[in-house]
Design a protein around this ligand. Structure first.
Ligand code: ZN
Length: 57
């Protein structure tokens, strides 16, 4: 299973609604809506450590 980087859901690559390849890495999505969000800001989801919350100062 692969993790949908947008919503965090686990997605079976064979059954994914959408897929993107960024810098040689595959990303799978549970729905076209998640893929759309990803397209709008790929760097937001492909950052190595997307854990830190922003704007919390
Ligand atoms: Zn999703």
């Amino acid at each position: 299973m692969e993790k949908d980087p947008v919503c965090g859901m686990l997605v079976d690559p064979r059954d994914a609604a959408a897929k993107r390849v960024v810098q040689g890495k595959d990303y799978y999505f549970c729905s076209p809506a998640c893929a759309e969000k990803f397209d709008q800001a790929p760097e937001r989801y492909t950052a190595p450590q997307p854990v830190k919350p922003k704007g919390d100062e």
